[in-house]
Design a binder for this molecule. Sequence first.
Ligand SMILES: [Fe+2]
Length: 379
Amino acid sequence: MQASPDVSPAKWHLAHTTWFFEQFILKNHAENYEEFSKDSNALYNSYYETQGKIFPKSQRGLISRPTVAETFAYRDYVEQQVEAFLQTTPLTEEIADLMEVGLQHEQQHQELLITDTKYNFSINPTNPAIIPDHLSETTAAPREWLTFEEGLTEIGTNNIHFSFDNERPVHKYWIHPFSIATVPVTNREYMNFIEDGGYKEAGYWLSEGWSIVKQEQWEAPLYWEKHEGEWYAYSLQGLKKVNPEEPVTHISYYEADAFSRWAGFRLPTEQEWEHAFSGYSTEGHFVEAETYHPAPVDKPEHVYGNVWEWTRSPYAPYPNNRPLEGALGEYNAKFMSNQMVLRGGSCATPQSHIRSTYRNFFPPEKRWQFSGIRLAKDE
Ligand SMILES: [Fe+2]
């Protein structure tokens, strides 16, 4: 099923990640490769203009054939073909790089599989619990501030094993004095914003955000509903009372920005985020915990995982950035308009997928990702 144009059916994610290996590795590099089906490209090409006609994303849920069983057969076939190819072909740098991109791409879709599945089930009025309840008794650590002096820093990476092209190259950046919070904003703080009329006061909001608040009648994060004066939120664990200790999530950039103004602070830039946390190990609450829901941050050194943190930085190319050559040049570069950068990974991100230079990006009004807030301030 596909409950909104933003999400994809689970079956499509399974097939599209398979298509990626078939289209970019097997068809171009494996001798005498025979396609599983001549229809795969028409069905599973997501957005690559160089690879033929693109089926509209918003209608993926209407594709009832191939079946789920046939989709798994496609996966099995391509996996066997890739294994045979790797066993019989010398591993050139080009093939190794393509395999790495294919695997990283599949990790991105593993995350989307969770966020999209959550959205799809959320439409069901019975609020189905798909996984067991994970009660968290942990208390969130209090917010403290890490302060940085002004100075020159280096942002980005030159490491191609592995980074995406949008993280490259390393470049200089002048940091102005700032402080960044040790922990993300909690549901308790966000409920205070709501109770204080945060969604009713235009003064906190960017103009586009205020228009959407009025048009969509937003009064809380996505998945929240109020019953007898108490906030509840849907997760894959079912509908549960909002835990005030957890980081707030499923908010748009506009809500993150409005909250930060209400609180008297601001969002960090992506460079401030990277400058502050590049020395931290990538530990925290990731998809491997299998709760598919944020957990209270009791260890402030766990700055990764839990919720993607909106930054105030627009998603744009770094100085001297070059998109990849060929079809994969379409992977990141063409999306560099009208989106904001998020940092740090979430409870749906595979832990091995995240790094300090990783740039995620979404349009400012989107809320179905595990997106949250880390505050910053000028010094
Ligand atoms: Fe994809």
